[in-house]
Design a binder for this molecule. Structure first.
Ligand SMILES: NC(=O)c1ccc[n+]([C@@H]2O[C@H](COP(=O)([O-])OP(=O)(O)OC[C@H]3O[C@@H](n4cnc5c(N)ncnc54)[C@H](O)[C@@H]3O)[C@@H](O)[C@H]2O)c1
Length: 286
């Protein structure tokens, strides 16, 4: 197992998978993206082409590099087409059953030395790996949203991850220009384990201290040196995504701070999801 990943598969080309595929092709890696329908795959390729076009406009990429990057991306709807990948990164829906089914399929079609990575945020990498008979090749690669812009990737060692699979994933994170950090498979891994209860505390303080959203954000920016306020950050993450991750941590750790504050649940249920719906704590022009 291991070594350098020369050909990479990305399964699921939604918000995260498309960003990860973009990083791969920009890093010069031949990449095959798998979606459930050809149309979803094409849509993801169009989004990637749009982001690269904007980089060309801004002078961050030249047009030939853009064309070469796009030429490295191929699309499929067949898992069997991932047979010759050195590394497959899964970024499908956040459901244990779906991920376990996919990993079982990947185990059947991929070479025995291929490394299988999951981008799960809140599921256990060990549980995903338990669906296959070669769990030593499964590792977590947790990118942050938006993947092309956020520098961090958490490389997660599950109970039975082999050292060489782990190091392949770590080296690939570096190859993508990311800052990888090493950790073990625990709920929330590193950043979400710290950030989610912290953001929940911030929201609770809105009610306790009867501080306004704007003043809370100003407080954390100017008093704690945060680059953006907690309410701005929750709007950026998406209230639905935050509530979901919070519920997952609460279910696993049972610490009251992990539970999503009722105010956030109510906002999420009302469709006030933040930037993506034009309104969360703040209003956004589309
Ligand atoms: N959105 C975030 O902020 C974020 C951050 C880090 C990690 N994650 C994790 O990344 C994963 C994907 O999240 P997302 O936000 O990109 O979701 P998304 O809903 O935007 O994308 C998921 C995509 O996977 C596709 N898909 C579903 N089943 C598939 C299958 N069997 N094969 C191929 N494609 C399949 C769907 O058609 C969809 O396009 C989840 O595990 C999530 O927890 C999300």
């Amino acid at each position: 197992m291991a070594g350098e990943a020369r050909k990479v598969g990305v399964v699921g080309l939604g918000a995260m998978g498309a960003g990860i595929a973009q990083l791969c092709v920009e890093a010069g890696v031949e990449t095959i993206g798998r979606e459930v329908t050809a149309e979803l795959g094409e849509r993801a390729r169009d989004r990637i082409a749009g982001f690269l076009a904007r980089k060309v406009e801004k002078g961050q990429l030249d047009a030939r590099e853009r064309d070469a990057a796009l030429a490295r991306l191929s699309l499929t709807t067949e898992v069997a087409d991932l047979a010759d990948c050195d590394l497959v990164i899964e970024a499908i829906v956040e459901e244990l059953d779906a991920k376990q089914r996919l990993f079982a399929e990947l185990e059947r079609v991929c070479r025995p030395d291929a490394v299988l990575a999951t981008n799960t945020s809140a599921l256990s990498v060990t549980e995903i790996a338990s669906a296959i008979s070669t769990p030593e090749r499964v590792v977590g690669m947790h990118f942050f949203n938006p993947a092309p812009l956020m520098p961090l990737v958490e490389i997660i060692r599950a109970e039975r991850t082999a050292d060489d699979a782990f190091e392949t994933a770590y080296a690939f994170g570096e190859r993508l220009g990311k800052h990888p950090i090493r950790c073990h498979d625990t709920p929330g891994f590193v950043v979400n384990r710290v950030l989610i209860p912290l953001l929940n505390d911030c929201v609770r303080v809105l009610d306790e201290a009867r501080v306004s959203v704007e003043d809370l954000d100003a407080g954390m920016k100017h008093g704690a040196g945060w680059p953006m306020g907690p309410c701005e950050l929750i709007d950026l993450i998406g209230l639905d995504v935050h509530v979901h991750a919070s519920e997952a941590l609460w279910a696993k750790l049972r610490e009251p701070r992990m539970a999503p504050p009722p105010r956030l649940v109510a906002m999420a249920n009302a469709g006030l999801l933040g930037r993506k719906t034009g309104r969360g704590f703040y209003r956004y022009e589309s």
